[in-house]
Design a protein around this ligand. Structure first.
Ligand code: AMP
Length: 404
């Protein structure tokens, strides 16, 4: 990799600033799912086993009032981390000041300290200050001053944003390195965008054309096939002259859809049938629509012929990137298309040795529901960040990691 990684740093005896993503679901102080904490363990363990003094920063939720602060303290996360590491994690309930500075200076080799939620800096003295989220230069400089001039960024989920706790710290230290999680994201997503093994198939789904249009455009330039499913496909159907009943439709994206269909030719793969429903309800009356959807019905999933078509295309691939569901996957009767894509990816990995990459909450949930997560090459930890990376944008959090 062209970027420094944590293994390139000499952490022994050093105060190592670390940005992790501990933005876990939390309610009344109870953590719903600690995947993000366990995912960061290898990097933290590497630093402490090599006698570094780990100083952890993370955001949690959004802070727009003093009440939010009561709900969104990182203290329960520090407790959970301490159980997982089987050692004390010193939690500091503030984001700056003498208590934090003293605790940092008291750290011994191999010890771990966690700073309060970085977004507490977004609301200070009754004001929306956004010091963290708008990368206030003083804040980044201050946090950087707490360490020994080295910073490890392992928070891919925020890499598409320039915040004080990633870009701010990085611009005030000599060496910023990727943690193991970040390294894996750069390896898989970066290679898919820059140097994919072909054929390269991209699958984009979800509700809105407007959310995904940039990625579709960019992937049409890079991939060999771009499959489109989900609610966004119906605007393309209208562009092709099909009737879509009450399905999702974005009139202001119609011209663009027409242009893309014309320009992309057979590179663009659209559904050929749809599972149409009488209402937006799991128990609605349904039928398979092939030549347009009749009045009063709406498309809520791809149909069996589309599933077969998409599976066939995926089976030819050596690299597959997938983001977004093929239908209203939250309702069991409309989840078939999405689950079939998850299965096709697992099969392509196992049988053809394809590199398969999944990004986005719904697609990730689908592969987890199927229990095939372990079979895929990479499940990205960042929804927005992975989309922007695949769009080919430079992510500030990654750009600020030191080149080798
Ligand atoms: P996104 O956040 O853009 O990836 O979209 C995800 C959402 O799109 C999910 O909540 C799905 O239920 C929704 N979705 C997918 N297909 C359809 C469809 N055909 N009609 C309505 N909503 C859909």
């Amino acid at each position: 990799m062209s970027k420094l990684t944590v293994k390139d740093l000499n952490v022994s005896g050093k105060k190592v600033l670390m940005r992790v993503d501990f933005n876990v679901p939390i309610k009344d102080g109870v953590i719903g799912n600690d995947n993000r904490i366990t995912a960061a363990l290898p990097t933290i363990q590497y630093v402490i086993e090599n006698k570094g003094r780990a100083i952890l920063f993370s955001h949690l939720g959004r802070i727009a009032s003093e009440d939010d602060k009561k709900e969104l303290s990182l203290e329960p996360v520090a407790k959970r981390l301490s159980e997982l590491l089987n050692q004390e994690v010193k939690f500091i309930p503030v984001t700056r000041g003498i208590e934090l500075e003293n605790a940092v200076n008291d750290l011994k080799d191999g010890q771990v300290l966690m700073v309060q939620n970085t977004r507490f800096e977004d609301f200070v003295d009754g004001q929306a200050t956004k010091y963290e989220s708008k990368n206030n230069p003083e804040l980044g400089k201050y946090w950087a001053s707490l360490g020994d001039d080295i910073f490890v960024n392992d928070a891919f989920g925020t890499a598409h944003r320039a915040h004080a706790s990633n870009v701010g710290i990085a611009s005030n230290v000599s060496q910023t390195a990727a943690g193991f999680l970040m390294e894996k994201e750069i390896k898989f997503l970066g290679e898919a965008v820059e140097n994919p093994i072909r054929p390269f198939v991209a699958i984009i789904g979800g509700a809105k054309v407007s959310d995904k249009i940039e990625i579709v455009k960019s992937l049409l330039e890079k991939a060999d096939k771009v499959i489109i499913g989900g609610g966004m496909a119906y605007t393309f159907d209208v562009a092709k002259g099909k009737t879509i009943g009450n399905s999702l439709f974005e009139a202001d994206k119609l011209e663009l859809a027409k242009e893309l269909i014309e320009k992309a030719g057979d590179k663009l793969v659209l559904p050929v049938d749809t599972l149409a429903a009488s209402e937006f309800n799991n128990d609605a009356d349904t039928y398979i629509a092939e030549d347009g959807i009749k009045d009063g019905y709406m498309g809520l999933d791809i149909g069996p012929k589309s599933i077969k078509l998409f599976q066939d295309v995926i089976s030819t691939a050596k690299t597959v990137v997938w983001n977004g569901p093929m239908g209203v996957f939250e309702m069991s009767n409309f989840s078939k298309g999405t689950l079939a894509i998850g299965e096709a990816l697992a099969k392509a990995t196992e049988e053809n040795g394809a590199t398969t990459i999944v990004g986005g909450g719904d697609s990730t949930a689908a592969v987890q529901q199927l229990g095939v997560g372990d079979k895929l090459s990479h499940i990205s930890t960042g929804g927005g960040a992975s989309l922007e990376y695949l769009e080919g944008k430079e992510l500030p959090g990654i750009a600020s990691i030191t080149d080798k």
